[in-house]
Design a protein around this ligand. Structure first.
Ligand code: IFM
Length: 483
């Protein structure tokens, strides 16, 4: 019998391959891309107010025009289709749909999301809707905002309205995006809207965001078809101690409590972590958590969204010395970490993006495999990952961004490794589809796969977008250089 020619073992040279049905997406959020902030009945959100407050946002930038997605969504869906994306994660603007945060929905607001999802569906792109990506109606903030219980109740009502109106065409729903930022940057360090600096308000906000999530899941289940997929997206912190000392490991524990488990505990396990309550006991007795709240928050979800950019390095700080503050969450003099005053934050090693965030995909691998160990039956979706760089349009009209393609490649490779090691990861959404309004940094930081020339609103897919398109079309992860 002839000897067959020897072939390399298929796994030794074959590029990593993602399964059929894996969601290949890109993400945006309403305030960052839509613009049209005063059209069709939309009223001010906390971000409109914050942007108008002198000194809060880089050079006074606002989301008034943003990248005009409200009017250009058809062009943007064509761009996504051209890139072979199979999913688009966007957020619904609460003040566009229910301007005062009370009462019936505004049809024109809902109609925008109907048009957007119809366009997506006819292009074969799965819509994934987030109900809250930080744009609280100003009227609700004026009534107390997330530190007040009533905001959680209002959120559930709004979620039910949107679910009822759009549940016939949207099958994937996310309640909150990064509630850590809403609570701790919005009410703790004040670098995000509404700009309050009160650690107790931040903890109260975290609880009412949790409660809003639970109540919204219940409201959505009541109006959506039985096969609707419900989720929440958390920006989980991949934590490293500066040294292996017991004190630095305790700093990790503290930040894990107030950065991660403050949400994972009640949402996925039905209780706040005991150590978080102890760490913050000098600030509050947590009596704002009422009997039954933790049960209400602990609603089954169909998947967990994980947003990851960079790891966080912490240490214990000796009494009498100021803690280091390189926590990657902007300036501000107040801390976004209640109960962790003696924790220092240090730059993680490695190459840096334009946000000065270290590039380290091992943090994503650790988060995904850690979640899979703790919650073995819970599917995961990476709902944000990406990098800002100083992109420029070259003389030939192209935007060459090899660093971004390398970043995406390295993080997708980490996801592939995590799936091989047991994590059930169902999809990936690059942040972001388009360059857009990067919160307190205004338009100074570009995260897009697609470059936007802000004065003309011209869209130009960057070279990373072309590379990502090939990955999405083939499911094969080839390095950008070979691409
Ligand atoms: O732009 C933000 C997004 O709104 C939430 N996650 C992080 C991104 C980059 O900072």
């Amino acid at each position: 019998m002839p000897v067959p020619p020897s072939r390399p073992h298929p796994t030794s040279t074959a590029p990593p391959r993602f399964p059929a049905g894996f969601l290949w997406g890109a993400a945006t959020s309403a305030y960052q891309v839509e613009g049209a902030t005063a059209e069709d009945g939309r009223t001010a959100s906390i971000w409109d107010t914050f942007c108008r407050t002198p000194g809060k946002v880089f050079q006074g930038h606002t989301g008034e025009v943003a990248v005009d997605h409200y009017h250009r969504f058809r062009e943007d869906v064509r761009l996504m289709a051209g890139l072979g994306l199979t999913a688009y994660r966007f957020s619904v603007s609460w003040p566009r749909v229910q301007p005062t945060g009370h009462g019936p929905a505004v049809q024109q607001g809902l109609d925008f999301y109907r048009r957007l999802t119809d366009e997506l569906l006819s292009a074969g792109i799965t819509p994934v809707a987030t109900l809250y990506h930080w744009d609280l109606p100003q009227e609700l903030e004026s009534a107390g905002g997330w530190p007040e219980r009533t905001t959680a109740e209002r959120f559930a009502e709004y979620a039910g309205l949107v679910g009822e109106a759009l549940g016939d065409r949207i099958g994937h729903w996310t309640t909150l995006n990064e509630p850590w930022c809403s609570a701790f940057l919005g009410y703790g360090s004040g670098v995000h809207a509404p700009g309050r600096t009160d650690p107790v308000a931040a903890l109260r906000a975290a609880h009412h965001l949790n409660l809003g999530h639970g109540l919204a899941v219940t409201a959505l289940r009541g109006v959506l078809p039985a096969d609707a997929q419900l989720s929440v997206s958390l920006n989980l912190h991949a934590l490293r101690p500066l040294t292996p000392s017991a004190d630095d490991r305790d700093a990790v524990r503290r930040i894990d409590a107030v950065g991660n488990r403050v949400f994972l505990g009640p949402m996925l396990e039905g209780a706040y972590p005991e150590d978080l309550l102890a760490d913050t006991a000098h600030l509050t007795d947590w009596s704002f958590v009422r009997a039954g709240d933790e049960k209400e928050i602990h609603q089954p979800v169909d998947w967990l969204g994980v947003n990851y950019y960079t790891p966080t390095v912490v240490s214990a700080t000796p009494e009498g010395t100021a803690p280091a503050r390189a926590d990657g969450h902007g300036g501000g003099t107040a801390s976004p970490w209640p109960g962790a005053d003696r924790v220092g934050f240090h730059p993680a090693p490695g190459e840096r993006t334009a946000m000065d965030w270290a590039v380290d995909p091992s943090g994503l691998y650790e988060l995904l495999t850690g979640l899979a160990r703790r919650y073995p039956d819970l599917p995961l979706v990476v709902t944000e990952n990406g990098a800002a760089y100083q992109d420029e349009v070259g003389e030939d009209g192209t935007v060459h961004d090899p660093e971004r393609a390398a970043y995406l490649h390295a993080h997708l490779a980490a996801i592939h490794r995590a799936t091989a090691d047991g994590a059930d990861v169902r999809g990936y959404f690059a942040w972001s589809l388009l360059d857009n309004f990067e919160w307190a940094y205004g338009y100074a930081k570009r995260f897009g796969l697609v470059h936007v020339d802000y004065p003309t609103q011209t869209r130009t897919p960057k070279t990373s977008a072309h590379w990502y398109a090939r990955v999405a079309r083939t499911g094969e992860l080839r390095p950008p250089a070979e691409g």
